[in-house]
Write a new protein. Structure first.
Length: 156
């Protein structure tokens, strides 16, 4: 039987700040936005230091996996492209390595590509401009943000 992915949360990080954060399902207690961004940045730094893969980063816990993909973008306030990260939090599943390569990595790269094509060269410190990007995330992820129960209920 194929794995059913449920995206719990998705977002975009830049300069240690969470530019976009969409929670489809709660994964924990409410955590301060700045603390959460710092935690994600620390996780990325740890994964980069501990593992050799620079194209796909992920870290798993008992219940969830946090997956990141890196790309570069230019902000209006600097001409040098800087790293930004797209991320998702999903339920942990068996055989995650293949699943990351075939499903998750392409999704994260699609988010990064859309974000970059929309915001490259703009002033990225104005967070309110990213509110509409949630619609793009919803389009990219489709029904992957719904649980099995939600998918079942929507068919009737």
């Amino acid at each position: 039987m194929a794995a059913i992915m449920v995206i719990r949360e998705a977002g975009v990080l830049f300069r240690g700040n969470n530019l976009i954060n969409v929670k489809y399902h709660d994964t924990s207690e409410r955590i301060d936005r700045d603390i959460r961004s710092a935690l994600f940045t620390a996780i990325i730094d740890f994964v980069e230091s501990a593992f050799s893969s620079n194209t796909m980063k992920y870290l798993g816990g008992e219940k969830y996996i946090i997956a990141f993909a890196e790309d570069n973008i230019s902000s209006l306030d600097t001409k040098i492209p800087e790293s930004f990260y797209t991320y998702i939090i999903i339920d942990k599943q068996k055989k995650m390595e293949k699943y990351f390569i075939k499903v998750i990595h392409p999704l994260l790269k699609k988010v990064a590509s859309k974000f970059k094509s929309t915001y490259n060269g703009k002033y990225l410190s104005e967070i309110s401009q990213f509110l509409n990007f949630r619609v793009e995330l919803d389009k990219i992820f489709g029904c992957s943000t719904k649980t099995i129960d939600q998918k079942f209920k929507s068919t009737f």
